[in-house]
Structures are given as C-alpha cells and as structure tokens.
Design a protein around this ligand. Structure first.
Ligand code: SF4
Length: 316
C-alpha cells in the first residue's frame, strides 16, 4: 500500500451543495481525531513494502486541524508506514484557514501540495454557496502558500450554477488563471436531495442548473485552459507541466490504496472496504480497539473490467 488517504470530517458549516460525510463543529476535536486515526493506522504498519508515495488529507476541511495536530499526525504516519523521499503530501484547505503562519507550519510538517477550495471569485456566489471565505482571500492564500515554499497548488472551481446567479464564468476563469496555479479541478454543480440546494430547488426557490449551461461552461473552460498551457489529464482535472495529482492518479489507474478516518475507503486490488461514516461512532470503535470498517465488496473480474474501462474513459 503506497497511497494513503485521510478523511478529516470536520467543517464549520455545511456548504449549500454538499452531501459529503462531515461533522459540523465550532471547535475541532483535533487531539481526539489524531488519536482515533493513529489507532486505526497501527493495524497496517506491518504491511511489507508500504513506504508511502502519496498521502492525501481530504474532507471535510483538513485545514481546520491545528498545525500542531497536523504535525503530530503526519510525523506518526511517516514513522509508521515509511515514506518515499519524494512523497506527495496534499492538504485540502479552505482559503480562510490559510495564514502565513499556518502555511509555514504545514510546510514544516511535510505538506508539499495544497488543494484550495476556491469555487468562485464572486462574493455573491460564495455567499450563496455558504462558503466562509470571500474572493479576496483566495489570492492572499495563494501568496501565503508560495511564500512558505508550497508551490504545487491546485484550485477547485465549480461551474454550471443556476442561471439567476448571473455568475460570470469567464471572469472566474480569468481570476483563476491570473494566479497561475499548477493545477485546476473543475466540478460541475450536482444537486443532491438532502442538501440545502436540493431543498431550495424542490420548493421552487431556485432553479436546477441546466445541461446546456453545464456543457457550454465545461467546453469554455477546456478552451481557455488549453490556450493557457493546461492539459486535461482527467475529465475534471487539468495541470501545467505535468503537475498531476499523483494520489488521484493512483485511484484512476486502479492501484491499491488505504483510507483512514470516518467514511474513508480502502482498496487492495480485489476488495473495497469503507469505514463507518459518523465521526462519533468511528471514534468509539477505534477507542475500543474495534474495527471501524462498516462493509466491503469483493469485485468480480467483470466488475474490475468495468472499472478499468470507465476509469480509462475519464482519463487520457
Ligand atoms: S467545506 Fe467542503 S466538505 Fe465542508 S461543507 Fe463545504 S463542500 Fe462540504
């Protein structure tokens, strides 16, 4: 197992479109979280040849962990599993959590890639999304990360928003490209029933995004990014100079990976297992020395073929 994912489930509030497995908390139980994940991790520290090639902290909002907690966690995982000299360590961060001091602490803890949840550069759109940052924070975060020595940066943007928001997609692409990130991830808005957005749509307070807008904005992004020297290597992901996400490429090429934390998935090449999603249940199980695995599926050869085909279609 060379690829490790950590799910950090905490967010300070729920974004309007989000149906991820998260725990909304004003105060983040960082020490408890680190203890729980390390309890789970210990069962894998005897894997032969497990030196990490990539480690990805996703969520949720991993940037809400205190720098001390993050350093403890990364230090213990690297000691326990071992790490390749060029290990890619990605942290998903929300712009409001990126301060010069936090960026320096993350770099010192071993983080060398940050995926920043920008989503839009329009303050009204960000407020509609229930994001907790304003547009100005995105550029400040990019500068703080670069000053700290973290130059492998990715920006997330969401397209295909309802027409009444009058979102100017070209302007957002301009603002993103002006920051010259190494990598961009573009996600079309999807509507899930159990989200604030799903409820707004079902009571007619907003309109569902339409497919034609979705297609037009996606193709526009392809054109703009291509002209600016980015190459789409996956349907939602583009980079300059081969700054691909090595971690996500492991998923897309069917390689084994291990996931730690609530709702995290693991794959050994044959079976996929996933942990209980609720933070409290995950914490109780790991504290009692019980497995946090909720269930598993063993892929048949036919299912493995289907996965290989659709993953190939998503990638170049
Ligand atoms: S920050 Fe991310 S995980 Fe948290 S609520 Fe927003 S979209 Fe969901």
């Amino acid at each position: 197992m060379h690829h490790l994912y950590l799910h950090v489930p905490f967010c300070v509030r729920r974004c309007s479109y989000c149906d991820f497995s998260i725990a909304v908390r004003k105060r983040i139980p960082a020490q408890q979280y680190v203890g729980a994940v390390l309890n789970e991790a210990r069962s894998g520290w005897t894997d032969p040849g497990a030196a990490l090639e990539t480690l990805y902290l996703g969520g949720g909002t991993p940037s809400l962990l205190s720098p001390d907690a993050l350093a403890t966690l990364l230090g213990a995982l690297v000691d326990g599993f071992g790490a390749a000299p060029d290990v890619e360590v990605t942290l998903e961060a929300n712009p409001e959590d990126v301060t010069p001091a936090a960026a320096r602490a993350w770099r010192a803890a071993g983080v060398n890639r940050v995926s920043l949840g920008a989503q839009s550069f329009d303050d009204d759109v960000l407020a509609w999304m229930h994001r907790s940052h304003g547009a100005a924070r995105i550029g400040e975060a990019v500068r703080a990360l670069r000053d700290a020595g973290i130059t492998n940066l990715s920006l997330d943007l969401i397209f295909g928003l309802p027409a009444e928001l009058s979102r100017d997609w070209d302007r957002d692409l301009d603002r993103a490209l002006a920051l010259a990130p190494a990598h961009l991830s573009l996600y079309g808005l999807t509507v899930e029933a159990r989200t604030p957005l799903g409820r707004w749509i079902s009571r007619g307070a907003t309109t569902a995004p339409d497919d034609e807008r979705y297609a037009a904005e996606y193709l526009r992004a392809h054109e703009r990014l291509g002209a600016a020297g980015y190459r789409f290597y996956e349907v939602s992901n583009a980079c300059r100079d081969d700054n691909r996400s090595r971690h996500n490429q492991a998923y897309w090429s069917g390689r084994p990976y291990r996931g730690l934390g609530p709702a995290a998935h693991s794959f050994d090449g044959r079976a996929r297992r996933w942990n209980v999603a609720a933070w409290e249940e995950y914490r109780r199980r790991t504290a009692a020395g019980r497995s946090p695995v909720a269930s598993e599926e063993v892929l048949t050869p036919e299912q493995r073929d289907v996965e290989r085909i659709y993953l190939s279609l998503r990638t170049n």
